[in-house]
Ligand binder design. Structure first.
Ligand code: MSK
Length: 663
């Protein structure tokens, strides 16, 4: 079992930009999460962190001690029931966040199809592919007509009451059969969230296996439902990402421009700001204010969205959001939903910066609210930018760590991976599978999720370096991807510098980094598709559970990360976290960490040290390779004279094709 979480002190910050900024007098005056952690001096509540605090009714809150008869809940609930209910609620909350995001994207997609937004249907090939999945006719129809029908069908998936979600059909057949047999096929996205909340209400579901069945169903509604719909429709509307060079970290802020950072998750707002930032009227206004132009930069997952599709720089990840503002060089931080710390409005209190909230679902005290209207999104975006430009002249003392911007290559959608590894004329996952089978690439590991302040901020880096050193290809999303970009692992040169011999060989041949940026947290659904394509390509088993593939969201902060973890586990991919709120319930923990494997072929793992996480991931990959029988060393062939003559005649031995990767 993992050690209880500890709190890192600010001298464990390894991000050089953050350290540089925190050393400035200007930033020392700012109260940040680092300050609050040091001032709190309190360890986390043990009951809460071990999953055994129940506050689902007003007889409590009850703090449960497993195995102590007098320390069950007032209602008699055991530690296992309480921990399972709490876990289920985390999954429901995480799923609800992705769901509400996805619904807004679908609504924006419908508005675009109706011509009510400044956006257009860009990826027609993907539109047709999705239409086919939904059984929508495409022959001779206008793209907007198809998109409208697709959008309406997609919207109906949220409120559907019976049947199963359409996107489940994309999963490997064996996976679909497992879900059917277990009774965990999601019916409608919203229904699964509501049922999870109901079943964890006082006095309803009190059997932890049964609670977890609904947690799986709810999480699958996220991964294969809401998140996947959001990613695909967003790609159709704004373009499927392709590799591009960009920069990240605090140094992307500009001294001579109006700095507008966009933070949150739903790319409708960010994309509209990108369009409006190029508007002649806006540029003229910025120049009139004395700026050279408007510098748009992303924060958190909105940052990932515009980084992937447009190459717009990212100023900071979740853990850097206060730092971005502490520079004093930002005219406005425009936020929508999720992962926005309430403290940002306090960080800017004595600065010229405004926090602009844009969504009626997410208001903040001390912020300026400008409602973003997707039906009038260009006008909304211009209004927001006009406000930001108005602040430029008021910019006071500021400090931008100018040298702190790092090159990254981003934009590895699953289609890109297909193309990069398959080649222009042979787009397929065959070369990836072949490289895994011949051992050049040992397997695939996803490093996803958030960052937080409990641990030093180089956890992702340690894990990724160990994985690529051992020839494991890394796919990254969310703030984890940004953390890896900040330490130079998303440059093609990183393969030469850090990867093991055979992974380096593959990366150098293709010209790709050993750590691929796959998108935002919603885009973890791209990983599900990539894994499915690997199964479909053949040679690596019949379902995701047989693939040498594993995931981690080591320093998870948001409930969304647990929903993501659970949909990966229920889809057959082993997932390792640094901690989980389950350790206070013995039987439930055993079930999560072992029992689930019998049902789905995968389970959760917990390891507190980053190197141990990496080692556990490598061990999981090697276990799968053993089971697939691809770890066998090639037998040495003793050649007789006839064989030698055949080689000399240029015919080779036994059809060759085996690349002879290092084992
Ligand atoms: S923003 S959910 S801190 S990845 Fe997606 Fe980053 Fe985690 Fe929020």
């Amino acid at each position: 079992m993992a050690k209880p979480s500890r709190i890192a002190s600010s001298n464990e910050i390894t991000a050089s930009s953050t350290r540089e900024l925190l050393n400035q007098d200007l930033a020392k005056k700012v109260r940040t999460a680092y300050t609050r952690i040091e001032e709190r001096g309190m360890a986390a509540c043990l009951f809460g962190s071990q999953g055994t605090c129940c506050k689902n009714c007003n007889m409590g809150p009850c703090q449960i001690i497993d195995g102590v008869e007098s320390m069950v809940g007032i209602c008699g609930a055991t530690a296992d029931t309480v921990a399972a209910r709490n876990f289920g609620r985390i999954v429901a909350a995480g799923t609800s966040a992705h769901t509400d995001h996805a619904r807004e994207m679908v609504r924006g997609f419908i508005a675009t199809a109706k011509g009510q937004t400044p956006h257009e249907i860009k990826d027609v090939a993907k539109l047709h592919k999705m239409a086919q999945l939904f059984g929508i006719a495409t022959e001779g129809r206008d793209k907007n007509e198809i998109a409208l029908e697709l959008g309406e069908r997609a919207l109906a998936e949220f409120g559907q009451q019976d049947g199963i979600l359409t996107m489940l059909k994309r999963a490997p057949e064996k996976q679909q059969k497992i879900w059917k047999a277990k009774g965990v096929e999601p019916r409608g996205v919203d229904r699964e969230v509501v049922e999870m909340m109901h079943r964890t209400h006082m006095g309803v579901d009190q059997e932890y296996h049964n609670i977890m069945r609904q947690a799986s169903r709810c999480a699958l509604a996220d991964g294969w439902g809401a998140s996947m719909l959001s990613t695909e429709l967003t790609d159709i509307m704004f373009g499927t990402p392709v590799p591009k060079r960009a920069t990240i970290d605090l140094g992307v802020l500009r001294e001579d421009m109006v700095n507008v950072t966009v933070h949150g998750h739903e790319p409708l707002l960010a994309e509209s700001l990108c369009l409006a930032a190029e508007d002649e009227e806006m540029l003229a206004l910025a120049k009139k204010a004395g700026a050279k132009g408007i510098n748009l930069a992303g924060v958190c997952c909105t940052g990932n969205e515009i980084l992937m599709r447009r190459g717009i720089p990212v100023a900071g990840s979740f853990i850097q959001q206060e730092m971005v503002l502490a520079t004093g060089a930002v005219e406005a931080m425009v936020v929508d939903v999720q992962c926005v710390m309430q403290s940002v409005a306090q960080v800017v209190k004595d600065k010229h910066t405004d926090i602009i909230t844009t969504n009626y679902r997410a208001m903040m005290p001390d912020a300026v609210h400008i409602q973003f209207d997707e039906h009038d999104s260009y006008a909304s975006a211009k209004k927001i930018l006009t406000h930001a430009i108005g602040n430029f002249k008021k910019r006071g003392p500021h400090y931008i760590p100018k040298d702190k911007k790092f090159d990254v290559v981003v934009g590895f959608s699953h289609e890109t991976i297909n193309y990069m590894l398959g080649g222009r004329f042979r787009q397929s996952y065959r070369p990836l599978n072949d490289n895994i089978i011949n051992g050049r690439i040992r397997g695939v590991a996803a490093i996803v999720g958030c960052e937080h302040y409990k641990h030093a901020d180089n956890v992702h880096e340690i894990i990724a370096k160990e994985l690529i050193k051992n020839n494991v290809l890394v796919l990254a999303t969310g703030c984890a991807a940004q953390a890896l970009g900040r330490v130079g692992l998303m440059r093609p040169e990183a393969a030469t510098e850090f990867a093991g011999d055979s992974l380096r060989e593959v990366c150098e041949t293709v010209g790709m980094p050993p750590v691929l940026h796959v998108g935002s947290c919603v885009d973890n659904s791209r990983l599900l598709i990539a894994l499915t394509e690997m199964v479909r390509e053949g040679g690596l088993g019949n379902d995701i559970a047989e693939l040498p593939a594993v995931g981690t969201a080591p320093v998870w902060m948001s409930e969304k990360a647990v929903a993501i973890g659970q949909y990966f586990v229920a889809s057959g991919a082993h997932v390792i976290f640094q901690d989980l709120p389950i350790s206070g319930a013995k039987k439930f923990s055993e079930y999560i960490l072992k029992g689930l494997k019998e049902e789905y072929g995968a389970c959760w793992g917990v390891a507190s040290e980053p190197l141990d996480i990496a080692k556990a991931m490598i061990a999981a990959i090697e276990e799968k390779r053993e089971a697939l029988g691809i770890n066998k060393k090639k037998e040495r062939v003793l050649m007789d004279m006839a064989m030698r003559r055949e080689i000399e005649a240029g015919k080779g031995i036994g059809g060759a094709g085996c690349g002879g990767g290092k084992h």
